[in-house]
Design a protein around this ligand. Structure first.
Ligand code: 13P
Length: 254
């Protein structure tokens, strides 16, 4: 972490929790994180639970995020959700390009770029996910893969666009596996991403962009990961489904 960047801890609930279960979870979380202002706290439930969770977090320090967003304002795009539809229900952040979307639903950097730009044009802040697969890391391609995803996903971004964006580095081999990247491995890629941002947007802007780490972040490894100079938060899957665990990660950041 760096004092120039406010840490951001986001919980990606993926396809877990009904609305009733989600409301119970945020109610417990609200009590655990009450009064914390030194870190931004975001929960990203399934789309159908957004209205219920939005109501449950009213007046708290927890913000709402979605797990995806479409690039068009409206239209014949079965199964997709437009930015204004998310905003109507209190959404502030939106995850785009999660590796599960890339792996299982064929999302590409070009599509991620369109989604992110539409989010920004509508006042939503994208959390743009990048990360290499195990085979790519083993083949020594981590840098090339991540750099390609960053360039492709952020193509055409202005300085204001990138300043409103969060980048999440999530090595695919660390997601849901219990195998977290070591703090040094994560820091190495975060530093690479910041160098790229410096090349694209200048050092002043790059120094303000928050880069989250994601992949088996737990209460017991959060502090060490967040202690790295270029790690500005966490995108948390499994541990975000338990109020006490997620709160412990928030406290490690705050
Ligand atoms: P886990 O924390 O369960 O590994 O998931 C990480 C993730 O994919 C967050 O988006």
């Amino acid at each position: 972490m760096n004092p120039n960047r406010k840490p951001i801890i986001a919980g990606n609930w993926k396809m877990y929790k009904t609305s009733a279960e989600g409301v119970a979870l945020v109610n417990a979380l609200k009590a655990e994180v009450a009064g914390i202002t030194k870190a931004e706290i975001v929960v990203c439930p399934t789309a159908i639970s957004l209205p219920a969770i939005n109501a449950a977090i009213a007046g708290s320090n927890i913000q709402l995020g979605s797990q995806n967003v479409h690039w068009e304002k409206e239209g014949a795009f079965t199964g997709e959700i437009a930015p204004a539809m998310l905003k109507e229900h209190g959404v502030r952040y939106t995850i785009v390009g999660h590796s599960e979307r890339r792996q299982f639903f064929g999302e590409t950097d070009a599509g991620v770029n369109k989604r992110a730009k539409a989010a920004l044009a509508n006042g939503l802040r994208p959390i743009v996910c990048v990360g290499e697969m195990l085979a790519e890391r083993e083949a020594g391609k981590t840098e090339a893969v991540v750099a390609g995803q960053v360039r492709g996903s952020l193509a055409g971004f202005s300085k204001d666009d990138i300043l409103a964006t969060v980048i999440a580095y999530e090595p695919v081999w660390a997601i849901g596996t219990g195998k977290t990247a070591s703090p040094a491995q994560a820091q190495e890629v975060h530093a690479l991403i910041r160098r790229l941002l410096t090349e694209l947007f200048g050092a002043d802007v790059a120094g303000k962009v928050r880069i989250q780490y994601g992949g088996s972040v737990k209460p017991d490894n959060a502090k060490e990961l967040l202690g790295q100079p270029d790690i500005d938060g966490a995108l948390v899957g499994g541990a975000s489904l338990k109020a006490a665990d997620f709160a412990a990660i928030v406290k490690a950041a705050a």
